[in-house]
Write a protein that binds this ligand. Sequence first.
Ligand SMILES: [Zn+2]
Length: 325
Amino acid sequence: MKRRRFLQMMGGLAVAAWSPWRAVAQSYDDPEDIHARLKGTPDLKLVMGNGDISVVIAGDSSPLDKRRIEVWIRRSATAVSTYFDRFPVDHWGLLVVPEDGGHVGPATTWGYAGSITRVGVGREVSEEYLRNDWVLVHEMTHLALPRVPMRSEWFMEGNATYVEPIARAQAGQMPPQEVWRWAVDDMSKGQPQAGDKGLDHTHTWGRTYWGGAMYWLLAELAIYKKSDGRYRLQDALRAINRASGGNTASWSVEQATHAGDIAVKSDALTSLYDELKDRPVTVDLNGMLQQLGVSEVAGVIRFDDRAPLAELRRSITSPRGRSQT
Ligand SMILES: [Zn+2]
């Protein structure tokens, strides 16, 4: 997907093209600067269930007003809170950096000294663009899991890639067809190419984002099958979030998979990690989509409710009640 390629192009960090008259504006590329800025008085303070969100708007955002920024943050936080059944961390600082243009991003999230995110937002961004924005939901998903060693960046990026559209669908913000379109159109970008040495040793964009997302889709199916339909990946991810407290924790991948496996009473996450970390494994994506009853006919995503895993597919994306507001 183009949008994710954009993030990759930017290397996750802000590299803005500055207009001369804004050349003196601080770009906040350094997390230390962002931490310092977030220690000041927030422009917005939101409470999402257990989660306190402090927002600082770094500079003049007009004509984009604060109220629209707040609606956008609340909508994104609602999606993530629906998926994880709580806002994923107790405290989160968000630095919104107004920029020229009508876009959202690039964005980066850190957790080593408190959960913080920096996101660029175009002053001319439309309401519709903000309503459909995926960037902030992706960043908020990063809050939920502990940080793992950089060789396993795919574990975190794949998780945010996998969870983001599902969280929005569960919150009723996106139709299920759009979620599965991402699997049909994009997930094959995560298949190993020539020279691949497994997910922990192949740090390409495709393997990091989509190879990682494939790991989590495989995990979704494995957890469902191993538990005879009793558990979902969502149960494991909620458990990892609760046990770690989110991205301020620094864990090994093994710790994370173990915590998730305990919740779903199998070894699904751990054995999949063992299988995929050190060797290239081409995944039968078409076979998985067929089992889930997902296909594309004349450009339209279709669902087959007689497929063996149709129940799992429906439950992954069906809107659900929320336990908090
Ligand atoms: Zn990310």
